[in-house]
Design a protein around this ligand. Structure first.
Ligand code: RUB
Length: 316
């Protein structure tokens, strides 16, 4: 059987897998664009074949990384737009839906940025973990409002996404102090807000984000520092409304230690979970494009946005 998944879809899937494309919102944007390419460059001669090709492309993309729910949410959104009686109609509808999805994603991020910025006061110091475009949208909006914001940026081992955050904050004119992850508690005394993003938000208000977020949140609560999660509604996990759990990605151990050094240590077992779960009691506010929510009430928004739908359109 010939491979009908477009090479561009395979390239994007590969880039998500290797984290050339990373971060929940960026992954969603790339996946929606890849489905558009699958539709537009398809040589399918009938609607059933084209729909099957789109489902196969979506499966290729969804299998890359398991935790960021923005990925299946994006694919679901675009595939539901694959309506039409003819191949041409489906092409047009997928193109329009994918374009609309990407525009909505941008708009949601800038709208949530305004909400998050309202929580930040002139002179505030934030602490960040990993690199989140939703979280940075809040800082950017605050800076645009004329507020002076400073940041303490955790480097975020093992992949050091904190370096990306440091660079982007510097480009916004925000003074940055970079710290190793284990120094976070020491510096929480100087901080007005912990500000992080999310890969998924569960129906009970738990926040799934980069490994280390939960420890940071517990320490911040202990210090009385508010914890703000910037997460557009694309990060809400509909499956958790019906009892599904969020799969936590385990990544290669060579991100933590190279083989030679590992052997020198007597080859201990290495574990490299990419994400963890922060219980709702450690989160003060989830900031979305629909306003800010206490974590316990996020399920109301989930019901409104997703209904009780949990079936996946890429399943045959
Ligand atoms: C990225 C990460 C980010 C969220 C939110 O992890 O945990 O905080 O994805 O990002 P990784 P955004 O680097 O493993 O993908 O706000 O940009 O969607």
């Amino acid at each position: 059987m010939t491979d009908r998944v477009n090479p561009e879809v395979r390239r994007v899937a590969d880039d998500i897998d290797t984290m050339e494309i990373r971060g929940a919102a960026t992954i969603a944007d790339a996946a929606a664009r890849a489905l558009r390419v699958q539709a537009l460059e398809s040589d399918a001669s009938d609607p059933a074949t084209l729909r099957a090709d789109l489902r196969a492309a979506a499966r290729t993309l969804v299998e890359t990384r398991p935790t960021a729910v923005s990925l299946p949410n994006a694919l679901r959104y675009v595939l539901r737009g694959a309506t039409g009686q003819t191949v041409e109609e489906i092409h047009e509808n997928v193109e329009a839906t994918a374009t609309e999805f990407c525009a909505r994603l941008d708009r949601a991020q800038s709208d949530l940025g305004q909400v998050g910025a309202n929580r930040l006061r002139d002179g505030d110091i934030i602490m960040t973990h990993c690199h989140s475009t939703d979280a940075l949208a809040c800082v950017e909006a605050a800076v645009e409002q004329g507020k002076h914001i400073e940041a303490i940026v955790k480097e975020t081992r093992p992949r050091n996404q904190g370096h990306i955050t440091a660079r982007e904050l510097h480009e916004m004119g925000v003074p940055v102090t970079l710290i190793v992850d284990s120094a976070a508690r020491r510096y929480l005394n100087d901080v007005d807000h912990v500000l992080v993003g999310a890969d998924a938000v569960a129906a009970d208000g738990s926040v799934i984000n980069k490994i280390g977020t939960s420890g940071l949140a517990v320490n911040a609560r202990d210090r009385g520092t508010p914890i703000m999660v910037a997460a557009q509604t694309l990060k809400l996990h509909p499956g958790t409304m019906t009892g599904h759990t969020v799969d936590i990605e385990m990544r290669d151990t060579d991100e933590v230690i190279d083989e030679e050094t590992l052997a020198e240590l007597g080859s201990p077992t290495v574990r490299n979970p990419a994400f963890d779960v922060t219980p709702p009691r450690y989160v003060d506010a989830i900031v979305t494009e629909r306003g800010q929510f206490p974590p316990e009430s996020i399920v109301m928004l989930m019901r409104e946005l997703f209904g009780e739908h949990t079936t996946e359109p890429w399943v045959e």
